[in-house]
Design a protein around this ligand. Structure first.
Ligand code: PMP
Length: 358
């Protein structure tokens, strides 16, 4: 084997914003069944570490284009984290103040990351769920004349996935059939944008949609009410708190509704949150792919799909973010801070044992 050289992804850019998207599709070599080809689209390669960098950039640039956002105007949004981190990155690069509202149940590192990127974070009580942080953002926008990013309603969300994520997927499978695309949903931007394109240009690709087993709000068949601005006006009765941050808020977003109305999925799979944790850990420890809980949950669904997929099938799994966002969450539970017995035994096995053991 000769020494590696690099090619492809690296080039000179004029701004951090130009590095959003164009994430790699990567083969899974060790933990997937051998009779199928499993690939992941690894969105952690975005500059602020998640798929939401795409929509953050488009929400700001579309609003700049049509004058909804004016220079120096404050941006406000309700977000479980990744959209806030993406918006903070974009607002920092473009010079807009940002205020994020977020339920206090989401991981502490998400708040600190946003503050590190220059944003203000307003916490709302977890008892009020997603709906509480959402209402807070709407109130702040109305009271102060701030620009509400509206990730759950805006056309700029699914549009960017239609124009970037979906095109990248078609490009990566230009030479072979993509049989299955597996994704979860939060706003629904990913599945709606990809669905628009795959249904037209890759009609044989089956789209598999995943949601948490204990918050299966799409499976429930009930659609929550919305107002004239397409904002939810109630918490979905089938929602329960689940450990898959970024997935399934306590309402079916308007952006998601398009995917439901147009049948942008062929199968809907309910997956228990703990399965997401198990598979996220396996992706890290056995493939070197360090990703979040929603990614693990999506991968868990892909492993179910693989069981009944024909030999040689190509399966693509969306991995929305980096695992570094979950250090204080159940994903890292049981990961030791001090040396384990096994590590201590390794340490004690050489002459400096006494010194090392302190
Ligand atoms: N996983 C994570 C970790 C996320 O932050 C999000 C976005 N909220 C999703 C999945 C779902 O993506 P989308 O909003 O495009 O449906």
């Amino acid at each position: 084997m000769t020494i590696r050289t690099t090619q492809g992804r690296g080039q000179r850019f004029d701004s951090i914003l130009d590095t959003v998207g164009n994430t790699p599709t990567i083969r899974i070599n060790r933990i997937a069944p051998k009779n199928v080809n499993v690939f992941v689209k690894f969105e952690a390669f975005n500059p602020a570490g998640s798929v939401k960098d795409r929509l953050a950039l488009n929400i700001i640039e579309a609003a700049e284009r049509d004058g909804r956002l004016t220079p120096g105007q404050t941006v406000v949004e309700a977000t479980s984290g990744n959209t806030g981190i993406g918006l903070a990155m974009v607002c920092a690069a473009k010079g807009y103040p940002l205020v994020v509202t977020m339920a206090d149940s989401f991981s502490v590192e998400r708040r600190r990351l946003m503050r590190f990127l220059g944003a203000k974070v307003v916490l709302t009580p977890r008892a009020l769920k997603g709906f509480g942080m959402y209402t807070k953002a709407v109130e702040l926008a109305e009271k102060n004349g701030w620009f509400l990013a509206s990730q759950f309603e805006t056309a700029d969300n699914a549009d960017i996935h239609e124009h970037t994520t979906a095109r990248e997927i078609l490009g990566d499978f230009a030479d072979t059939q993509l049989d299955y695309l597996v994704t979860g949903y939060g706003t629904g931007g990913t599945v709606t944008g990809i669905g628009r394109v795959l249904r037209k240009e890759s009609p044989n690709t089956k789209i598999i949609l995943a949601e948490p087993a204990n918050a299966a709000i799409v499976s429930s068949g009930y659609t929550n009410t919305r107002n004239e601005a397409n904002q939810p006006t109630e918490s979905h009765p089938a929602f329960e708190p689940h450990p898959v941050q970024g997935w399934t808020p306590d309402f079916i977003p308007y952006v998601m509704q398009e995917a439901l109305d147009n049948g942008y999925y062929d199968d809907l799979v309910k997956i228990p949150g703990p399965d997401g944790i198990t598979w996220s850990r396996r992706l890290a420890a056995e493939e070197g792919i360090f990703t979040g809980i929603s990614a693990g949950a999506t991968f868990a669904v892909a492993m179910q799909v693989a069981e009944s997929a024909p030999d040689g099938a190509n399966i693509l799994v969306m991995l929305p973010d980096t695992g570094e966002r979950y250090l204080s969450t159940p994903l890292f539970e049981g990961v030791a801070e001090e040396m384990t017995d096994e590590e201590m035994a390794i340490s004690l096995s050489t002459p400096t044992a006494q010194m090392d053991a302190g």
